[in-house]
Design a protein around this ligand. Structure first.
Ligand SMILES: Nc1ncnc2c1ncn2[C@@H]1O[C@H](COP(=O)(O)OP(=O)(O)OP(=O)(O)O)[C@@H](O)[C@H]1O
Ligand SMILES: [Mg+2]
Length: 134
């Protein structure tokens, strides 16, 4: 796997969530992603950025344009130093929320991308990495 380009974007306040959306859209366009896939990716980014801000107390979005076996992909990690998620299985259940949301953000995001990785533990913060190939 080769990293073609990479960068980082803070996800701390509401405006950052908007920036994260716009940045992911621009990167997906530059990757030549089809509109349908681009829309899915931006929706996933929206959900994960919001979680980072709301539950993680803010964090960062790291992105990479990658190439593997001749295909191009966009890989995005959301990371925060927040409380972490005590029960991953529960958090990955449709409709489960700790905070009066719809409980569809994580599960929805997972369905919208090709690869989804959740790495979290109580007191150790949260990292969610998503990848969408073109
Ligand atoms: N970055 C995070 N740090 C700590 N807890 C998190 C984080 N992201 C998600 N969670 C926990 O996982 C739960 C499920 O998240 P999910 O995004 O699926 O639903 P939600 O945010 O509650 O509702 P919505 O459907 O509006 O997104 C959250 O309620 C929260 O308890
Ligand atoms: Mg959410």
């Amino acid at each position: 796997m080769t990293v073609r380009s990479s960068g980082s974007q803070p996800v701390r306040v509401e405006q950052d969530v908007v920036m994260a959306r716009q940045l992911s859209r621009k990167l997906a366009q530059e990757c030549g992603m089809r509109l349908i896939d681009l829309t899915k990716l931006v929706t996933a980014v929206s959900e994960l950025a919001r979680n980072t801000m709301v539950y993680g107390g803010g964090g960062d979005m790291d992105w990479q344009v990658i190439e593997d076996n001749g295909r191009t992909g966009l890989r995005i990690t959301f990371r925060d130093e927040g409380p972490g998620i005590p029960d991953i299985k529960l958090a990955m259940t449709d409709g489960w929320t700790s905070g009066g949301g719809l409980g569809l953000g994580l599960t929805g995001a997972k369905r919208l991308v090709d690869e989804f990785e959740l790495d979290t533990a109580p007191g150790a913060g949260t990292r969610v990495t998503i990848t969408r190939w073109t």
